[in-house]
Design a protein around this ligand. Structure first.
Ligand code: GLC
Length: 470
């Protein structure tokens, strides 16, 4: 058994986790200071979103040097120290790896223009950038392709020199002792060489993001991407974890496990983020995913990330407790987003980016506790904080309890309307009441844990989830 099968992953957004020097921006030394918190929480690995030098147009996903640390966050020595301190606390450290694009200010963009996707003349087709607007930027009499911002030109992964340069990055960090990589925008790596137009999306309705007006048939998830997934995995090897960011239908998503498990260990499963919060819908999702997993593939579940609204805002504080139990009792590696374990909500702010609301500073105590200076984004409601949280103890209990049954199989159970129930192996049952009314328990058993933390076990109270020993 490898650590990541029974373990759990905690996403840190470094800019917002802990500031150590009072400039209002989180940094590596701040993260190091908070490692004991993560150890006590009971997670196994910390994934840092990009900490590399960057003009921060996309907060680190626009990189100018893949093998260094942005001075805002610290130095390479700070990162070495963080890796060591994480290991000292029994935690693994995972870095973000951004292979699809660089910053337009990366020296490569001027020194090796042929490493990017250029087209003579204006935009050759109708391709749209993920953040909206045309995906081609004209410079003089040529245009380059960017899946995201114009300041993030896409690398040309059909060019062997690009592959070599980007694989060298993986080797660089592996040699420094990191335990894995979260590969950004994996499905975007190759585009149709014939540059065919993307077809219109028949389900598009006004009000939806512009990107959704086309089906990204020729710009994402090309079959040949799988060759790169396999190559990348060969470079990462078996001793380090490879996670891939893939937004795709389940049947397409599971292909990223690769043939005979020679792909990503964990293609991120984001489907809980978009499935409606109803017992029947979630039950159907879990069964569809379990059924689609290839032989030997290990499942995983994500409840929040730096790109999506927070779970407590989506389902409300009462159901956020049920969501915690769901995430931590399903079969597969869970990924938690910082602050969700204390019930942080989206903050109504849009200062730099449309996703600011889910990226606000960690609320350590009633006064904030993130910085001695002015935080780069405002805090949310500070009544929600890590020092005085009724959700945090539930997360801790769940993270410990799940170790008892993390390897056990998943079996759906029949339950009342609005209740999601399943067994894990022969001895554990989980029943989650997704409604605001009492419901009968689907099975008798001894109460191991209630989301309410006190009492329970005779029926399901409103918004209650229980783990039972059966
Ligand atoms: C991924 C990241 C997102 C970023 C984008 C472009 O989707 O999660 O934050 O904006 O890639 O790099």
């Amino acid at each position: 058994m490898t650590w990541w099968r029974s373990g759990s992953i905690y996403e840190v957004y470094p800019r917002s986790f802990q500031d150590s020097d009072g400039d209002g921006i989180g940094d590596l030394r701040g993260i190091a200071r908070r490692l004991p918190y993560l150890r006590d929480l009971g997670v196994d690995a910390v994934w840092l979103t990009p900490i590399y030098p960057s003009p921060q147009r996309d907060f680190g996903y626009d990189i100018t040097d893949h093998c260094d640390v942005d001075p805002q966050y610290g130095t390479l020595a700070d990162l070495d120290a963080l890796i060591e301190a994480a290991h000292g606390n029994g935690l693994k450290l995972i870095l973000d790896y951004v292979p699809n694009h660089t910053s337009d200010l990366h020296p490569w963009f001027t020194e090796h223009p042929d490493w990017y996707l250029w087209h003579e003349g204006g935009p050759p087709n109708n391709w749209i950038a993920v953040f909206g607007g045309p995906a081609w930027e004209q410079v003089g009499d040529r245009s380059y392709y960017h899946a995201y911002l114009p300041e993030q030109p896409d690398l040309d992964w059909r060019n062997p020199a690009v592959r070599e340069a980007m694989y060298a990055v993986l080797r660089f960090w592996s040699a420094r002792g990191v335990d894995g990589f979260r590969v950004d925008a994996m499905r975007q790596l190759l585009k149709d060489p014939r540059l065919r137009d993307n077809p219109p999306n028949p389900d598009y309705e006004p009000g939806m993001p512009e990107y959704d007006s086309l089906i990204p048939l020729h710009t994402t998830d090309l079959d040949e991407v799988q060759d790169i997934v396999a190559e990348m995995r060969a470079v990462i090897g078996d001793d380090r974890l490879m996670i891939a960011e893939v937004y795709a239908e389940i049947e397409r998503l599971v292909r990223y496990y690769g043939v005979d498990g020679r792909g990503a260990h964990l293609p991120f499963n984001f489907h809980l983020l978009s499935t409606s919060w109803e017992a029947e819908a979630i039950g159907a999702l879990v069964e569809r995913y379990e059924a689609a997993l290839p032989e030997g593939a290990w499942p995983n579940w994500v409840l929040g990330n730096h790109d999506r609204p927070r779970i407590a805002s989506r389902v409300g504080p009462a159901q956020a407790r049920v969501a915690a139990m769901l995430l931590l009792t399903l079969r597969g590696t869970p990924t938690l987003y910082y602050g969700d374990e204390i019930g942080m909500t989206d903050v109504p702010v849009q200062r730099y980016d449309f996703r600011d609301g889910a990226r606000t500073p960690m609320q350590w105590d009633a006064r904030g506790g993130f910085t001695s200076g002015e935080p780069w984004l405002p805090y949310g409601d500070l009544e929600i904080n890590a020092e005085d949280s009724s959700l945090l103890p539930l997360y801790k209990r769940l993270l410990r309890l799940r170790r008892e049954f993390s390897e056990e199989g998943y079996r759906p159970m029949h339950a009342a309307d609005g209740v999601l129930a399943y067994a894990r192996g022969d001895r554990i049952a989980v029943a989650l009441n997704l409604t605001g009314e009492p419901r009968p328990l689907p099975v008798e058993g001894e109460l191991a844990l209630s989301t309410h933390l006190d009492g329970g076990g005779r029926g399901l109270r409103a918004d209650e989830g229980v783990v039972l020993r059966i």
